[in-house]
Design a protein around this ligand. Structure first.
Ligand code: SF4
Length: 62
């Protein structure tokens, strides 16, 4: 996504299997992201809730 991934928008590189389709050449921000409990919780379900809330809080188009 040339201008970056807006909050609340699914990354175009995310496959239906929830895997990055450009993993080997993913952007630096993705390479540098480190999963942490305050961001990702303890499960996929936790991560969806926590990251979803972060995205809602940082949306600039609402
Ligand atoms: S790692 Fe980055 S490029 Fe890949 S799907 Fe996730 S947000 Fe998109």
């Amino acid at each position: 996504m040339p201008a970056g991934k807006p909050a609340g928008v699914r990354c175009v590189n995310l496959g239906e299997d929830l895997r990055c389709q450009t993993y080997d050449i993913r952007p630096a921000v993705c390479r540098e992201f480190k999963a942490a409990s305050d961001t990702c919780g303890a499960s996929h379900a936790d991560a969806i809730i926590l990251i979803g809330e972060l995205e809602r809080q940082t949306r600039t188009d609402a």
